[in-house]
Design a protein around this ligand. Sequence first.
Ligand code: ZN
Length: 149
Amino acid sequence: MQLDNLYQEVILDHYKRPQNKKLSANYDAQVHHVNPSCGDEIDLNLTITDGTISNISWDGVGCSISQASVSILTDLLIGKKIDEAYSIFDHFVALMQSKGTVSGDEAVLEDAIALAGVSKYPARIKCALLGWMAFKDASVQAQSKSKLD
Ligand code: ZN
């Protein structure tokens, strides 16, 4: 798989120095997602406070794309309002499903733009999306829980 060199560096940097990779003891929702086709696994804990994503922490094993993608996600989404986070989520999923036809908006995606090239490699898209799908799942659970409180 050939990605732009600069993008490759961003991915490797997150893979080697992952952000927020230590599961927090407190959370509103905890999920475990796997990508069997590659062997990637992620546990993700999420806390939402007053409609804002106040914490995302995770642990995982797997390929550099899957692990870097979730590290990038935590950097990008912590501190965002849930609606804004969903809009970024939709933008990223559309980029991944674009088969390389969409370049993505760096102002929206920040470091996640480095994963744009992955959309040309169907076998790796699930790797890039693993942490994002885990986030979406956890956010739905956290919000349904907060409605019950
Ligand atoms: Zn993978």
